[in-house]
Design a protein around this ligand. Sequence first.
Ligand SMILES: NC(=O)c1ccc[n+]([C@@H]2O[C@H](COP(=O)([O-])OP(=O)(O)OC[C@H]3O[C@@H](n4cnc5c(N)ncnc54)[C@H](O)[C@@H]3O)[C@@H](O)[C@H]2O)c1
Length: 266
Amino acid sequence: MDLKIKDKVAIVTGGGGGIGKAIAMRLADEGATVVVADLNAEAARNAIDEIKANGGDGLAVSCDATKPEDADAMVQKTISAYGVIDILVNNVGGGTGIAVIVQSQVDQWDKTVEMNLRSVYLSCRAVAKAMISRKQGRIINISSIAGKSGEPLLGPYCASKFGVIGFTQVLARELARYNITVNAVCPGYVYTPGWEKLAQALKDTQPALADKSLQEIFEARVKAVTPLRRPQPPEDIADMVAYLASERARNITGQAINVDGGAVMG
Ligand SMILES: NC(=O)c1ccc[n+]([C@@H]2O[C@H](COP(=O)([O-])OP(=O)(O)OC[C@H]3O[C@@H](n4cnc5c(N)ncnc54)[C@H](O)[C@@H]3O)[C@@H](O)[C@H]2O)c1
């Protein structure tokens, strides 16, 4: 299926590693020019080197997606290099530790919401302005199945990922008149550096997991909650993102689509 995103210009936040990198590589494979914006400048450069080695094109941008000035600079650098922005993938996110709400810390709450929700707001605000004038665009926000179903120990993460879905709906309605679609993708269980951090936190705090490897903790969780009984490789998330970024998905907006082996239905 030709997704018709050849020569489109895409920004992927957090595209230096994990799911974001798979998304950047997938869009580049479809012929898009990809701007990888990441806090880890070296990881962003490596991703772009890989894209170029595969015959693609792109730009590495060092960026803290939680800072308004960085989001604006990311847009300016992209426009200076390529003139337009067709696709924005807001992939930055993650947890900052685990705790039940009554024992949680306010600064941990703030950091988590900042990373997952403020980052999406800032990038969308900066990029949408550039899309509106052209009356076209695709915005894809990476939420989570934790944005559809509450999970103990992950209060601020769940709250911010639910927030990403609500924000996606608002923006989809606001931008529809400009032919810009806005959707969310909700991954299930993807073994990445981000998930490894969660597995380590579980291992450190739950005596029953003390002798398990991080991979074992991940796999046990997948088997316990996923009807298809398998994890999702990052490429499966990237496939859905590429589809939503494509011309083929022109009638899909305001949706939050799970790629999770059936872990959450609805
Ligand atoms: N891994 C999973 O199972 C899973 C499940 C559901 C949702 N998600 C979501 O998918 C997204 C990617 O997750 P992942 O597991 O690949 O994460 P990861 O931690 O493995 O990778 C995150 C990337 O984002 C970059 N980054 C972090 N903070 C940043 C910031 N402030 N500004 C710019 N770049 C920043 C990191 O340098 C890294 O390259 C997140 O939004 C996460 O919440 C992941």
